[in-house]
Design a protein around this ligand. Sequence first.
Ligand code: UN1
Length: 508
Amino acid sequence: MSVMSSLGISADEPGACSGPKAWHAADGAERLESRNPATGEFLGSVRCAGAEDYARVLRSAQDAALAWRLVPAPKRGEMVRQIGEALRAHKDALGSLVALEVGKIKAEGDGEVQEMIDMADFAVGQSRMLYGLSMHSERPDHAMRELWHPLGVVGVMSAFNFPVAVWSWNAFLAAICGNATVWKPSPKAPLTAIAVQKICNAVLERCGAPPVFQLLVDGPANALAQRLVDDPAVALLSFTGSSRVGREVAMRVAGRFGKCLLELSGNNAIIVAQDAALELAVPSIAFGAVGTAGQRCTSTRRLLVHRSREAALVSALASAYAQVRVGDPMDPATLMGPLIDAAAVASFEAVVAAALAEGAELVCGGKRLPGPGHFVQPTIFRARNDMACVQQETFAPILYVMPFDTLEEAIAMNNASRFGLSSALFTSNLRSAEHWLSAAGSDCGIANVNIGTSGAEIGGAFGGEKETGGGREAGSDAWKAYMRRQTSTVFHGERPVLAQGIEFRLPG
Ligand code: UN1
């Protein structure tokens, strides 16, 4: 059976869904054509949602949230558990669709679905652990505690590079917390979103649950995204994408006092110290810089290496890169697939030209590969940290190598970035490692030791500082973002007293 038919996807799908039996979008609607970035082959088309679909989805999501908040959280978790099971059953096909639609190698496509399954398992456990604190009151016969309640409707705007996993980080926690989620997927990956919606719909229907997962495939003009940003019915908006767009989203959502979760750009560095084990560092750098063709927000873009190890590391990387097979993502021998589209190839070429003009020295790569498909060579430059090309996030497999002399200097270089997502130090020295993790070390949301910058597990809170946006998603206590906190004081005595010793007696 083909990937499409096993996921129930036809050649022309409606792009709005407000319930298992409620797929809609006007016949004459604008269509997104999904094409395989490795071959240009047509995969399917999706009719974009319009203003009427938006209204229908939002109404349905609001109704679903009102019903769902009354369902006990562990029962909500049971629904998510069944989604995890359904994803296990569809892992191979959905992983292949991720590979076909966004060009990830098949192993990474499957890994992305595994990340969803892990997130479902995590959320099931969390559904029994929506803990609030209880406090000892300063007054006799008073009890104080915190209660956590659902927010209502959560909007999720996801990016092409993790077309389904990042939605699941948000949607599964939002669901166990008692919310309904409206998903606006990337216009570059509408089919994976439709496939996931279908998988979830079957479970929602079987469980008799309200439609807590809803879908809006927006057109390239982002008209519905704009509405989601400004809609007071959307209590929390989770946005994954560039810092440029994230800044606008954040300001507009703040303007209506909505809540925002931002997962934005990164410019992640690996530091290779004088005492690092190169046999550990080289594969991690290669996976970080070349994996997903450099299109992860956690991709390794800067390599800071102790001057004494620079020659050895660059030559080891150049030979590792020579063995990276670039090509068909479905071929198990391939390690790097294509970039997402022609615009991404053009921006790769523009940045390579700008780097050369700034005086960066090309070590390997630097060229696009002949089509069909949006392929480029994995690329290494020797550069300086203050070059404009080095300080920007380019979603492509470009790695800038820069030498340093002291660990302090390397930490300062790591932190000299507008972004603060992921970072890593390779060292065999305990004191260096602990210093790196101390308040005087990395300023990023993720700081690793002897592990690369990308490929985080879902169990930790994921996100970063500065222009990365400050949001935290997935594991740890990220669930709290999807709930509102209520502080409650109950009096159970005879003689009430005011706090702070205030006397307030009515006469008589
Ligand atoms: C992203 O690129 O938006 O840590 C998310 C990682 C993945 C998630 C990346 N687990 O690389």
